[in-house]
Design a protein around this ligand. Sequence first.
Ligand code: FES
Length: 164
Amino acid sequence: MSDTPIEKKVFSQKAGEFIEWLLGRYPDKQAALLPVLRLAEEEFGNIDDASVMLVAKTLELSPGYVWGVLTFYTHYRREGDGKYLLQVCSTLPCALRGCREIQHHLEDKLGIEAGETTEDGLFTLKKVECLGSCDTAPVVQVNEKYHENLDSEALDKLLENLRG
Ligand code: FES
């Protein structure tokens, strides 16, 4: 859990100004939820309970609604996620090109299963739906960057590079 008391979390002035600008571009506050969640992720490094409460308050939505939307999507960095968020696409085009092997290879190498974080806090592995790069399947997204046309060898190299 975050150390920040739920009622103490606030957006920076710059983020607040950005939210104001965003709200001018959407028909209502609810419609701005996804970009405001992204902003919270960027502002605080991940989205914890206090961020959910802050976003809910900012957009005049219920925390339960914000939580429901947040947990529907896999791509937001959540509290407890590792430094590197590895998202393995598991939708059909990637499945036909070996994404299960990719996932199992990563699980073996990292010693965790999809949905878990390594003990050193370096890696979180997630199985996700289509990442929108089907023509370069199989695909793994690491934080913001896509790694495409992967095989075991490329994965080993990727992990080696990430470990530094
Ligand atoms: S199915 Fe994997 S990127 Fe679309």
